[in-house]
Design a protein around this ligand. Structure first.
Ligand code: EZ4
Ligand code: CO
Length: 402
């Protein structure tokens, strides 16, 4: 089962996606997601120029050895570009293994640990009444877990809230947007938002919220404490996590559960957070944290410390990532929840998939491999379009965390 081809496909069906396709001498192929939002071509080049040539002739079944080869063999370890490229290779190889054995990926991992995967959707409003309307729609669709984001009065633009009434998309085509931010206004407003949600809908659905790295540790502690009566499922990324010890301060003050890790790319980024039980959910994803082979290692380590998984699942991770993540989630004994933001219609057409959604629960399907394919002819009709994530500035112009 030798690798004879490895091709990178860049396409923009509604937004940019990078896909790696690996083909064996038996004609079997597998695909992996290599999308790094706003830095897509860096990963495409890393794969095309540096990884693909070294894959040719290798045994596609030696998944672990190829992972170690790409990680240790580069000498320059870790980092989002490297780990996204390794993840794409890894997920494509697991896809091939599934296809040659005729088994869905979750069976290869050890089988289903549950009937389905609880996903959370996004209820987002420019103001509280609109956020409540979106929440009601999600309850109607059967969601058991819902993330709420809302515009803050007198703050020009807030993470997660779309400019118009369309679907939220973090990247902007052709330009780097500048957002303005006030932690003070946000901290005063957010408890009112959750109070309104719980007053209207009660406590039957899990309530989630993404702080998106905006607060200092002591501000995050204050937020966690002030929203305890509304029993959040989690507050996400309350403060940047490069300094993992900062989370000790938050923990000293609040029992609001914490989820961190969507920007992490290796087990070393989350080691202290997990082993000191400074978080409750680890959000590392397949695409950005080294694929199945590495995320499994992170999840197993987390399970020792009663930390559960809560994989990142925005529209800027491709449907290939979503499909593979659902297999991972169905297996992981310490699964918590999976984010599901949905995709532009064109993206769902370019990536035919076996997964299904029913009343807030998802299942990856039983197709061999991860069950997601790519229609290359259709993909070619959507050329790459430069797009960037925004930056955030405080009201006095200081560059802040977006
Ligand atoms: O901002 O994936 O929880 N979800 C998020 C996302 C991230 C984007 C960045 O590309 O925080 O919306
Ligand atoms: Co987030």
């Amino acid at each position: 089962m030798k690798i004879v081809r490895a091709d990178v496909i860049v396409t923009c069906p509604g937004r940019n996606f990078v896909t790696l396709k690996i083909v064996t001498d038996e004609g079997v192929y597998g695909i992996g997601d290599a999308t790094l939002n706003g830095r897509e071509l860096a990963v495409a080049s890393y794969l095309k120029d540096h990884v693909c040539p070294t894959l040719i002739g290798r045994d596609a079944g030696c998944i672990e050895d190829i992972w170690q080869y790409l990680y240790k063999g580069a000498y320059w370890r870790r980092g989002p570009v490297t780990m996204t490229a390794i993840a794409a290779v890894d997920v494509a190889l697991w896809d091939i293994l599934g296809k040659v054995t005729g088994m869905p990926l979750y069976r290869l991992l050890g089988g289903a640990s549950r009937d389905g995967v609880m996903v959370y959707g996004h209820a987002t409003g420019h103001d509280i009444p609109e956020a409540l309307d979106r929440y009601a729609e999600h309850v109607e669709m059967g969601y058991k877990a819902i993330r709420v984001q809302c515009g803050v009065p007198n703050v020009r633009s807030v993470y997660g809230v779309p400019k118009d009434n369309g679907m939220y998309e973090p990247a902007t085509k052709g330009t780097v947007e500048e957002h303005s931010w006030s932690s003070e206004k946000y901290l005063d407003f957010v408890p009112k938002l959750f109070e309104a949600v719980r007053a209207k809908f009660g406590f039957d659905t899990h309530l989630l919220h993404d702080v998106h790295h905006r607060l200092t540790p002591i501000e995050a502690a204050r937020l966690g404490k002030s929203v305890e009566p509304y029993r959040l499922f989690w507050m996400e990324d309350p403060t940047p996590a490069e300094n993992q010890a900062a989370f000790r301060l938050i923990r000293e003050h609040t029992v609001t559960p914490i989820a961190v890790g969507e920007v992490f790319n290796s087990i070393w980024d989350c080691k202290q957070l997990i082993e000191e039980q400074l978080i409750d959910y680890i959000r590392a994803t397949l695409t950005h944290a080294g694929g199945i082979t590495h995320l499994r290692r992170i999840a197993d380590f987390a399970s020792l410390c009663q930390v559960r998984t809560g994989c990142h699942g925005p529209s800027d991770l491709s449907p290939v990532c979503m499909g593979a993540a659902l297999h991972f989630d169905l297996w992981a004994p310490n699964f918590g929840v999976q984010e599901y933001m949905g995709f532009p219609e064109a993206a769902l057409e370019v990536f035919p998939h076996a997964w299904r959604f029913e009343r807030g629960m998802m299942h990856p399907g039983d197709a061999p491999g991860h069950g997601v394919d790519i229609d290359e002819a259709l993909a070619a009709r959507y050329p790459y379009t430069p797009a960037y994530l925004p930056v955030a500035r405080l009201e006095d112009g200081t560059l802040w965390n977006w």
